[in-house]
Design a protein around this ligand. Structure first.
Ligand SMILES: *Cc1c(COP(=O)(O)O)cnc(C)c1O
Length: 390
């Protein structure tokens, strides 16, 4: 029998979450962001559930080829654009739309031989300072692109650094919106600004706000680019939960109890003996470790241990996460089970590391990520190749 750890992708949840993002986006078209192999869920696995998207956004050319191989004829956007001239040939051949974020990419386009001009998304660096043209250089880039026979339609985009928080102003994005709107006011073309956080939190905000700025419509503009929301996690946890946004978990990571130990006062658990029992206690050993992608830095302990579900009942990690196993308190589980006349949890009991239990109980991935001092994105993307998906 294979090790009992598995990842389950919930197609109905993906479709539901996409529809939820679309509802928030108003009239805007929706890119389903499927970079990093659909945030670890598997592009081929999620594709059918996300067919209702207006396009797929990603950044790996091999992933773009996989989306085309699935029969998708609609828009595909390369979020980082071309890395070398050869990439533009693939863009021509597969009809990929691509971001243009620097002068070198415009140089590349100028030397590219193509029958069919490309649809490009010109990216502004409105404050994130990763990719894109600064507002002062944006128009010059647009003018250069617009003069190229290799270029068809030019769309305008930017990306927020703080759409999930409140740093730098009331909603974390106002200075970037203002920079974008000011520098694009009289340029034609579709616009795309919002990731999941901006789509959910700021969709009713007007695009053109502030002194000397005049742009019609809402922040969601022509295209939104939700990623994490589609996979059922709150982009702004812990300020809000996924349930608050009406999102459902798209992935369950589950395993089983493969061992049970009964401890006496003073007994310790696992490497480093970081957990010590203060009295008699049952603990469960779970077939899941950091080599499966579970975060090693997730804490163990009765008060602050990372949350886990055993047969749908909430409990916590105790002791350190090791390569192939982790350990959980069973006393909290057995107490709840006893109330409904159930025997103590035993070998083979279902353990949910995040997602949905067979009982219907949900353990949000955001809570696990929070306990491990990381974000859900990292956990989803880190599920190891040795974990079987279903
Ligand atoms: C990853 C990415 C997104 C999606 O972000 P989420 O926070 O997952 O919604 C949107 N736009 C760009 C440019 C991205 O790189």
């Amino acid at each position: 029998m294979p090790r009992p750890i598995r990842a389950t992708v919930h197609l109905d949840a993906l479709a539901h979450n996409l529809a939820t993002a679309r509802r928030a986006a108003g009239d805007a078209k929706v890119w389903a962001v499927v970079k990093a192999n659909a945030y670890g869920h598997g592009i081929e696995r999620v594709f059918d559930a996300l067919r209702a998207a207006d396009g797929f956004a990603l950044l790996d050319l091999a992933e773009a080829q996989r989306v085309r191989a699935l029969g998708w004829r609609g828009p595909i956007l390369l979020l980082e654009g071309a890395f070398e001239l050869r990439d533009l040939e693939l863009c021509s051949r597969l009809d990929l739309w691509h971001v243009v974020h620097c002068n070198e990419q415009i140089d590349m386009l100028a030397t590219h031989k193509t029958q069919v001009p490309h649809r490009v998304f010109l990216k502004m660096n409105s404050g994130m300072n990763r990719l894109g043209f600064k507002p002062a250089h944006f128009r010059a880039a647009w003018t250069r692109l617009n003069a190229l026979p290799q270029v068809d339609e030019i769309s305008l985009m930017t990306h927020f650094s703080d759409a999930d928080g409140s740093r730098l102003g009331a909603d974390g994005i106002q200075h970037q919106v203002a920079a974008f709107v000011r520098a694009t006011q009289d340029l034609s073309g579709e616009r795309s600004l919002c990731n999941s956080a901006a789509t959910l939190r700021h969709h009713d905000q007007a695009l053109g706000t502030g002194e000397g700025i005049d742009a019609a419509g809402s922040l969601t503009a022509d295209w939104v680019r939700p990623g994490i929301a589609v996979y059922g996690s709150a982009p702004d946890h812990p300020a809000h939960t996924a349930a608050h946004w009406g999102l459902q978990p798209a992935m369950t990571l589950s395993s089983k109890l493969i061992g049970v130990q009964t401890l006496a006062a003073g007994d310790t658990v696992g490497y480093g003996s970081s957990y010590q029992a203060t009295g008699p206690q049952r603990i469960g050993v779970v077939a899941c470790g950091y080599a499966d992608g579970y975060p090693r830095q997730a804490p163990g302990g009765l008060a602050f241990g990372a949350p886990v579900l055993v047969d749908g009942v909430h409990t916590r990690l105790v002791g350190r996460v090791s390569m192939d196993m982790l350990t959980v308190d069973l006393d909290a589980v057995d107490l709840v089970r006893a109330q409904t006349g159930l025997p103590p949890a035993d070998l083979g009991a279902e353990v949910v590391l995040w997602g949905r239990s067979h009982t219907g109980a949900v353990l949000p991935i955001d809570e696990v990520a929070h306990a491990a001092q990381t974000i859900s994105y990292e956990l989803m993307c880190a599920v190891a190749a040795r974990v079987n998906f279903e």
